[in-house]
Design a protein around this ligand. Structure first.
Ligand code: 26V
Length: 818
C-alpha cells in the first residue's frame, strides 16, 4: 500500500536515515544487511525512529516541568494501541524519507510494517479510545501521562476452526518491544491483605496504620507517544509486577525453593494477562489485584512527582487532573484518600476536598451486568484499609444527605456505596461518582440516559456533575496512516492544511461532492482499497470477492446488543430472495463480518458459528452466480480494522437503541466515506446531525420506544413473526438446520429463545431493517447520489476528531490548556 511521495524529499535526510538504520542493524541488532531477516530490519527501523523521538520527548518533559504546567493523568486498564511503526514515522514526518531510505537498501517498508505485532492491551472500544486520546493529547500539547498495565499477554488471538472460535494465547512480546524503555529504578511497593491498627493520636480514627501481609513490586515501562508533526511527546507508563526480591530471596535461601518460586509466580501473575472484560470473568480476585496494583503504582508515582515540585497536597487539584477510564481504576478514590491521610498526614476533610477536586470519571456502558461491584468480603480480605475508608466515605455521604433532610429510604439505598441485597457488595460506579467532580458519558444520548438510569438518584443530589463528551477518533491513524490514497486526494483537493486542521478544512470538500471528476477519483481510490481487501480475504480464508460489489461491513466485538444476528437474518433473507428470483438484476453484495466473542459468552460464540455456516452455504451456492458473498474474517484487531475500513461501502451500526454508549468505528467508517445503516443509538445520533440523515440509512425503534416496550414487558416475538412472512421464513430455515446439515439442531435453541424472549428486539426491528437495506440497494444503483453522499460523509466527519473531544475535556473538566 505504498503512496507516492507528496513533495520532493530531501536526499540528505534520506541518507541520514539510511545510515541510522544501518547503524542500528549493526550495533543494536547485531546483523549485517546481507544476513538480516525482515524482523531484524523492523527492529533496526523502529530503533532508528525511536532515536528521533527522544530529543523532543525530553524537551517536552522539561518544558512542562519548567512551566509547572497542569498535568493530566489518564488511568486506564486498557490501551488498544495496535502497531506503532507508521504511527511514529508518520507523526514525525518521516514516512516518505524512511520508505526511500529502505528502498535504497532493497527493503520494502510496507512489507516490514506487517511484521510488527499489534499491542492489543485492550478489549475493544474503551481501550481504543484511550489510545486515540493519548495521540490527541500529545498532538494538542496537553501534559498527559497514560497509566496502565504492561500485560505480557494481550487480548487472545482468535482462530476459527470449523466455523467455531478458538482462543489462543497472544504473545506480542516474544521478539521484544523496541518502543519501550524499562525504568528499573521507578518502582513501588504495593501491599495486599494484612491488618489495620489505630494510631494513638487520632481520636476520630480517620488515620490508620496498614500493615499488609503481602507486598508486590511494580516496575515502570515507558513508551513515548508522539503527537502530530512531533510537536509534543508524552509518556505512556505501563506497570509490570515483580515479586518483592528481598522476601523472595529470604525464602529461597532458607531452602524453600518451591515456595519462593510459587510466591514469585503469584506476584508476577498480576501483569500476566488482560482480562477479556466483556464477559462474566470479571469479578475475580486477580482482577481486583490488577486494579489496585496499577492504581496504587500510578498514584504513588504522580504524588512523588508532585511533591518534588509543589509539596502541599492540598493544592493537588490546581496542578493535577486524574481521569478514570470507566470504574476499573475507581479504587483510586480510596487509595488517594489513604495516601493523603495515612501517609502524608492531611486531615480527612482536606484530603476529601483534594480528592474530589482531582478525580473525574468516564462511564462507558449502562449495561447492568457490566457495572462493577466487589464483594465486601473480598475487599476486606485484600484491601482492609480501603474497605474502612469506603465505609467512612459512605457514612459521611449518607450523614450529609440526612443533614439536608433527605430521609427517603429508596434514595438512600440507591446512592449508598454498599449494595445490601444478594450479598453485600461495593458499587464501584457510585464510589467513582461520589469521589469525582465530573462524571461524563460518551455521547449525547448515553449521557442523557445516565441521568435517568444508573445515576438517576446521584444526579438529583449532584445535578452539575454529569456532563457529556462525545467520543472521537484520531485522524492521524484512521485516515492518514490507514488510507493514504484518500488522504492524498484530500491534500490535492483542498491543500496540505487539511492535515493540520481537518476539523474545519474538511468542510471545503463539500463543494467537490458535486464534481464528477472528483467523485470518479473517489470511486477509484475506494476500488483500490477493495481490491487490496479482497486479496487479503482470499489469502486468509480463501473466499473470492468481487471488488465491484457493495461491501457491507460489520466489525466489532460480538455482543447480542450489537445485533450481528440481525445482520445475519438479513443475509439469509437476501439469500432466499435471490434464490427465489435468481434472474432479477440484484445488486451484488459482500457481507463482511469480524469480531471476537468473550471466551465464556456462549451465545456470541454461536453467532460466530452461524455466520460461518451461512457463509459456507451462500458462498458455495452456484445459483447465486456470486451475487452474494459472506466472509467472516478471523482475529479482528486494530491492524485488520485499518485494512477493512477504507474498503467499506456500507457501515453497519445497528445496536438496539439505548445500548451502544457511543461506538467509534461508526466515525472511522464515515470519515473514510462509507455510508452508515444504523439505529439512532450512541454517537450515530451526532453523526446524523453532522452529516445529515439523508446521507445515512436510519431505521428501527428509538431508545424511547425500546424503553416503552421493555417497561411493558413486550419481549415475545410471535406478533412480529405473524406480521412478517419474510422473517418467518428466515427463522424457519435456520431452525430446521438449512445452514447446519451436519447438526440440524444446532440453532434450535437460539431461534426458540429469540422468539420466546427477544431481549434485543431483533425481530421487532427486522422488517424496518429489511426496508432500509432495500433503500441502500436502490441508492447504490444511482452512483451519482451514492458517491455524492460518500464524499459528504468524509467532508462532514471533522467534528469526530478526538482532538475536538480532548479540547472539550481540557476546557470543561481538566482546566488544562488555555
Ligand atoms: C463490558 C461487559 C462486561 C460484563 C458483560 C457484558 C459487558 C458488555 C460490555 C462491556 C463493555 C464495557 C465498556 C466498554 O467497552 N464500552 C464501550 O466504550 C466505547 C468507548 O467509549 C464506546 O464507544 C462503546 O459504545 C462502549 O460499548
Amino acid at each position: 500500500m505504498s503512496q507516492e511521495s507528496p513533495v520532493s524529499i530531501d536526499p540528505a535526510e534520506v541518507a541520514a536515515f539510511r545510515e541510522a538504520v544501518l547503524s542500528k542493524l549493526t550495533y543494536s541488532v547485531g546483523k549485517d544487511p546481507e544476513h538480516a531477516f525482515d524482523h531484524d530490519w523492523f527492529e533496526a527501523i523502529a530503533l532508528a525512529a525511536r532515536d528521533r523521538i527522544v530529543d523532543p520527548w525530553m524537551d517536552h518533559t522539561r518544558r512542562i516541568y519548567r512551566g509547572n504546567q497542569k498535568r493530566v493523568y489518564y488511568l486506564s486498564l486498557e490501551f488498544l494501541i495496535g502497531r506503532l511503526l507508521f504511527d511514529s514515522l508518520s507523526n514525525l514526518g518521516l514516512l516518505d524519507v524512511a520508505r526511500q531510505a529502505l528502498a535504497d537498501l532493497d527493503v520494502d517498508l510496507d512489507r516490514i510494517r506487517q511484521l510488527e505485532p499489534d499491542a492489543a492491551l485492550g478489549n475493544g472500544g474503551l481501550g481504543r479510545l484511550a489510545a486515540c486520546f493519548m495521540e490527541s493529547m500529545a498532538t494538542l500539547g496537553v501534559a498527559a501521562h497514560g497509566y496502565g498495565i504492561r500485560y505480557e499477554h494481550g487480548l487472545f488471538r482468535q482462530a476459527i476452526v470449523d466455523g467455531w472460535q478458538h482462543e489462543q494465547t497472544e504473545t506480542w512480546l516474544d521478539f521484544g518491544n523496541p518502543w519501550e524503555f524499562e525504568r528499573a529504578e521507578v518502582t513501588y511497593k504495593i501491599g495486599f491483605g494484612g491488618g489495620v491498627t489505630n494510631l494513638p493520636d487520632d481520636p476520630k480514627g480517620e488515620r490508620q496504620h496498614w500493615e499488609p501481609a503481602d507486598v508486590v513490586r511494580s516496575i515502570a515501562y515507558d513508551t513515548p507517544v508522539v503527537g502530530w508533526r512531533g510537536r509534543a511527546v508524552n509518556t505512556l507508563r505501563l506497570w509490570r509486577a515483580r515479586a518483592e526480591s528481598d522476601l523472595h530471596l529470604e525464602r529461597f535461601n532458607a531452602g524453600d525453593h518451591v515456595g519462593a518460586v510459587l510466591d514469585e509466580a503469584r506476584a508476577e501473575s498480576i501483569s500476566r494477562v488482560l482480562y477479556p472484560a466483556d464477559s462474566t470473568e470479571a469479578g475475580q480476585q486477580l482482577r481486583l489485584r490488577q486494579e489496585y496494583f496499577f492504581v496504587s503504582s500510578s498514584l504513588q508515582d504522580l504524588i512523588r512527582r508532585f511533591m518534588k515540585q509543589n509539596g502541599d497536597l492540598r493544592e493537588l487539584p490546581q496542578y493535577v487532573s486524574i481521569q478514570l477510564n470507566d470504574t476499573h481504576p475507581a479504587i483510586a478514590v480510596a487509595e488517594l484518600m489513604r495516601l493523603m491521610v495515612d501517609v502524608h498526614g492531611l486531615t480527612w476533610d482536606e484530603a476529601w476536598t483534594a480528592t474530589v477536586g482531582t478525580l473525574s470519571y468516564t462511564n462507558h456502558t449502562l449495561l447492568p451486568e457490566a457495572l462493577e461491584t466487589w464483594s465486601v468480603g473480598l475487599m476486606e480480605h485484600l484491601l482492609p484499609r480501603h474497605m474502612q475508608i469506603i465505609y467512612l466515605i459512605n457514612a459521611y455521604h449518607i450523614d450529609a444527605l440526612r443533614a439536608k433532610d433527605l430521609h427517603d429510604f429508596e434514595l438512600l439505598r440507591a446512592v449508598s456505596l454498599i449494595q445490601e441485597d444478594n450479598g453485600r457488595r461495593v458499587r464501584m460506579g457510585n464510589l467513582a461518582f461520589i469521589g469525582s467532580h465530573s462524571i461524563n458519558g460518551v455521547s449525547g444520548l448515553h449521557t442523557d440516559l445516565m441521568r435517568v438510569t444508573v445515576f438517576k438518584h446521584l444526579h438529583q443530589l449532584y445535578p452539575d456533575r454529569i456532563n457529556n463528551k462525545t467520543n472521537g477518533i484520531t485522524f492521524r491513524r484512521w485516515l492518514y496512516q490507514s488510507n493514504p490514497r484518500l488522504t492524498r486526494m484530500l491534500v490535492d483537493a483542498i491543500g496540505p492544511e487539511v492535515l493540520d486542521e481537518p476539523e474545519t478544512r474538511l468542510l471545503q470538500l463539500e463543494s467537490f461532492a458535486d464534481k464528477p471528476s472528483f467523485r470518479k477519483q473517489f470511486v477509484e481510490q475506494r476500488r483500490e482499497a477493495k481490491v487490496h481487501l479482497a486479496n487479503l480475504v482470499r489469502e486468509r480464508i480463501g473466499v473470492v470477492l468481487d471488488p465491484d460489489a457493495l461491501f457491507d461491513v460489520q466489525v466489532k466485538r460480538i455482543h447480542e446488543y450489537k445485533r450481528q444476528l440481525l445482520n445475519l437474518l438479513h443475509t439469509v433473507a437476501l439469500y432466499q430472495a435471490m434464490r427465489a428470483e435468481p434472474h432479477i438484476d440484484w445488486v451484488p453484495r459482500v457481507k463482511i463480518f469480524a469480531g471476537k466473542a468473550a471466551a465464556s459468552y456462549h451465545s456470541a460464540k454461536l453467532i460466530i458459528k452461524l455466520a460461518n455456516d451461512i457463509a459456507r452455504t451462500v458462498n458455495n451456492d452456484p445459483t447465486l452466480r456470486g451475487m452474494l458473498k459472506v466472509a467472516f474474517l478471523p482475529n479482528y484487531n486494530v491492524s485488520l480494522a485499518e485494512a477493512i475500513i477504507p474498503a467499506a461501502d456500507l457501515s453497519e451500526q445497528i445496536s438496539t437503541a439505548g445500548y451502544e454508549a457511543s461506538g467509534t468505528s461508526n466515525m472511522k467508517f464515515a470519515l473514510n466515506g462509507a455510508l452508515t445503516i444504523g439505529t439512532l443509538d450512541g454517537a450515530n445520533v451526532e453523526m446524523s446531525e453532522q452529516i445529515g440523515e439523508e446521507h445515512m440509512f436510519i431505521f428501527g425503534m428509538s431508545a424511547r420506544q425500546v424503553e416503552a416496550r421493555k417497561a411493558a414487558g413486550e419481549f415475545n416475538a410471535q406478533p412480529w413473526l405473524d406480521a412478517s412472512p419474510r422473517l418467518n421464513e428466515v427463522l424457519q430455515a435456520i431452525h430446521r438446520g438449512a445452514f447446519s446439515p451436519d447438526d440440524p439442531n444446532r440453532y434450535k435453541g437460539l431461534i426458540d429463545g429469540l422468539i420466546a424472549h427477544d431481549t434485543f428486539f431483533v425481530c421487532a426491528d427486522f422488517d424496518d431493517y429489511w426496508d432500509a437495506q432495500r433503500k441502500v440497494a436502490a441508492y447504490w444503483r444511482s452512483p451519482k447520489l451514492w458517491w455524492r453522499s460518500a464524499v459528504l460523509n468524509t467532508a462532514r466527519a471533522g467534528w469526530f476528531s478526538s482532538d475536538r473531544t480532548i479540547r472539550e475535556y481540557a476546557r470543561d473538566i481538566w482546566k488544562a490548556l488555555d
